[in-house]
Each structure stands twice: as C-alpha cells, then as structure tokens.
Design a protein around this ligand. Structure first.
Ligand code: NAD
Ligand code: IPM
Ligand code: MN
Length: 362
C-alpha cells in the first residue's frame, strides 16, 4: 500500500479558511477508498511568513518539497503587507517554474443549483477544460526599465515562447480532447495584432493538430473568444491558451458558470519528475477574509483532482475524485450554500456537508 506525501500550504487570506475544508473532504475520500496520505503542513509561502522573516520561503524550500508527491496549495497574496509580484514570484510562480508544472488544467462547468449569470444555462451546458501554458509566454523576467526618472523612461517586458514549451502544451490539449466526448480543441490566439509570436504559435498549433486527425479544432482571437465565453459557452470543450490568455479565460469561464468560488486548478508536471500542485483558481480574497464565508468548493475540487492525478492506474484515486465531485454536485443542488451562491452558510458548514456525503456513502 503506497503512502502519498502531500505538502499542505494554506498561504494567505481565505486560503487559510478553505484549506481545512479541502483537507476534510480529501481525507474523507482517502479513508473511504483506502488511499494513505501523509500530510505535512507548512506555514511558509505566505505573507505572514514574509512579515516574520523577510522572505516568502526558507532557503531549503525546494529540498523540503522535492520529495513530496503533490502540493496542496491555498492562495498567496496579501498586498497590504507584501507587493503581489514579490509574494507570487516568491512562491506560486516559483513552484510552477522550478517544478516544471507546464500544464495548468482548469475546468469550468455549470451545476444544478448554481445560477449562472447567463440566463437559461442549465447544468452540463458549460463543460470546458481550460489548458493554460504555465511556465513561459507573457510571464517572463526578460525586460527592464530604461532612462528611469527621465522624460524618456520606457519599460519593456518580453513574451517568451519556446518550441518545446508550446508544442507540449498543445499536445496535452489534443490528448485531453481525445478522452472527452466532443473531441474538440479551441486554440486561443491573437495573431492579428501580436504579429511575431502569435502567428508562430498558430503555426505550432496547426502542426500539432495535423497529428490528431480524430480531434476537431479551431483557433480564435482572444478578444472574440472572451465574448463567446459569455455568448455561446456551450460550444467550448478543450481550450488551450498561452499563460496570460489562459489566466484570463480561467477566471472568465468559471464566472460564466456562476462563481469563481467553484473553480479548481491542477498545475501539472505530467511526466512526474517533480511534484504537481493543486490549488483553487481564486486568490486570498482580502475583501471577505476572516468571516468564514468563502466558498470551499474550489479548494475541495482541487483536492479531488489531486487524488485522481496521484493514483492514476490504481483506480482508487479516480473513485475518490468521483465521490468528491458527486458530493459537491449534491451540495450545490440542495445546499448549504455560501454567499457567492446566494446562501448564507459558512465555509465550514458547506465543507462539512460535502465531507459528510463523502463519508456517509461508504
Ligand atoms: P481573488 O480571487 O482573491 O478575489 C476576487 C473576488 O472574488 C473577490 O471579491 C473575492 O471575495 C471573490 N472570491 C474569491 N474566491 C472566493 C471564494 N472562494 N468564495 C467566494 N468569493 C470568492 O482575486 P484578487 O482580489 O485579485 O486578489 C487578492 C490577492 O490574491 C492578491 O494578492 C492576488 O495577487 C492574490 N491571488 C492569488 C492567487 C493564487 O494564489 N493562486 C490567485 C489569484 C489572486
Ligand atoms: C492564478 C493567479 C496567478 C497567475 C497570480 C496570482 C500570479 O491569478 O493562478 O490564476 O496569474 O497565474
Ligand atoms: Mn488568475
């Protein structure tokens, strides 16, 4: 019987409130399906740790995390104490790079009991997987400020797309589409305006698509793609995008389903050379922190994705994933609901209701 080692990093703000509910659900599912988890909680990768030590993480963070099978991550960022680019490049973005988590997989689905702002969308109408490139593109450190403090001051930041980085994310998207009923990929682009990198990205997409004759595909410019997420979300199956476009689409897609409080995310190193990281799409939500009203579903669903990824092959992780998602669906359909879903339940009440359904079905 394998023991899976999980690093637990709650981070900041509502990360600290939703993480206990994530752990409650994940532990219930693991117990039920005979998966042994060894959880290790760390207080670093947080702005509190920065306030105490002057850094986001200890020197040996990589050694501490490298032996882990996965990282379960809340949310980082507390701009009142630490500027966001310092806290995020000192934690989450570092993990994505240094552990080569080049796929950021982000589902968006409509559910019974969740009112979409798009009138008339029913459960299942929206069921898309956003595949976000997670290690390069627009999130680069190449650039700088010149002639600072003079009237000639300019700033440049270079987007960087490698052939390897681009091909591997496109391939992942087409492989994923193969496993889904509609077998369709939409490639996000902006080759009309961004005249060097994006036509090159389109060419890579056409090459990769050519090797998947069984998968239908199209490419759409990011602006109209955003509009169609709102106007015709049911037409999307797998959507693959560069780092920045994928970031934007993966808040927009879940928002179209009702709330970003549902949206999970898997930062994957598919080769398993490094630990993968599972976290909600949302951040630390300073505006609601401390009231125990954050929706715990994104954290819990991310935990389901983690169990599925960890045990692929054995089947127990897939069963645990399905049991968690079934419990989420049932609580979305009949409550209790947090405020973003129109209810007045607490984070804890909603999390407990989900965990109870996971355990009781055993
Ligand atoms: P945010 O996602 O934290 O919040 C955006 C809005 O959505 C807020 O009104 C918030 O109350 C609401 N919201 C978010 N999660 C919710 C939930 N589970 N239930 C109910 N409502 C929820 O985005 P922001 O305000 O732009 O960022 C706040 C901080 O979080 C910043 O420091 C930012 O850099 C950071 N951030 C971190 C991550 C991450 O760690 N992955 C992601 C996004 C933002
Ligand atoms: C996300 C977040 C991060 C990103 C921020 C906090 C750096 O928005 O995970 O979607 O842009 O990748
Ligand atoms: Mn984002």
């Amino acid at each position: 019987n394998t023991t899976y080692k999980i690093a637990v990093l709650a981070g900041d703000g509502i990360g600290k409130e939703v993480m206990p509910e994530g752990l409650r659900a994940v532990s219930a599912a693991a117990r039920r399906f005979g998966i042994t988890l060894e959880l290790t909680e760390f207080d670093w990768a947080s702005c509190d740790y920065y306030a105490a030590t002057g850094g986001m993480m200890p020197e040996d963070w990589k050694a501490q995390l490298s032996g882990m099978d996965a990282i379960y991550f809340g949310a980082v960022g507390w701009p009142a104490i630490v500027p966001d680019h310092i806290s995020l490049w000192g934690s989450l973005l570092k993990f994505r790079r240094e552990f080569d988590q080049y796929i950021n997989l982000r589902p968006a689905q409509t559910f019974e009991g969740v009112r979409s702002p798009l009138a008339g969308r029913a459960a299942g109408d929206i069921d898309m997987m956003i595949v976000r490139e997670n290690t390069e593109g627009e999130y680069s450190s190449v650039g700088g400020i010149m002639y600072e403090g003079t009237p000639h001051e300019i700033v440049m930041q270079q987007a960087v797309f490698s052939r390897r980085g681009t091909e591997r994310v496109l391939k992942y998207a087409f492989e994923l589409a193969r496993t889904r009923a509609r077998k369709h990929v939409t490639v996000a682009t902006k080759s009309n305006g961004i005249s060097i990198s994006m036509p090159w990205w389109d060419a890579r997409a056409a090459e990769v698509a050519g090797t998947y004759p069984d998968v239908a595909w199209d490419k759409q410019h990011i602006d109209i793609l955003c509009a169609r997420f709102v106007l015709q979300p049911q037409r999307f199956d797998v959507v693959v995008a560069s780092n920045l476009f994928g970031d934007i689409l993966s808040d927009l897609g879940p928002a179209c389903t009702g709330t970003i409080g549902l949206a999970p995310s898997a930062n994957l190193n598919p080769e398993r050379n490094f630990p993968s990281l599972f976290e909600p799409v949302h951040g630390s939500a300073p505006d609601i922190y401390g009231k125990n009203i954050a929706n715990p579903v994104a954290m819990i669903w991310s935990g389901a994705m983690m169990l599925d990824f960890l045990t692929k092959g054995s089947g127990a992780g897939r069963q645990a994933h399905d049991a968690i998602v079934a419990a989420i669906k049932s609580v979305l359909a009949s409550g209790p609901h947090t405020g973003d879903l129109g209810g007045n339940a607490s984070t804890t009440e909603m999390g407990q209701a989900i965990a109870r359904l996971i355990s009781d079905a055993a």
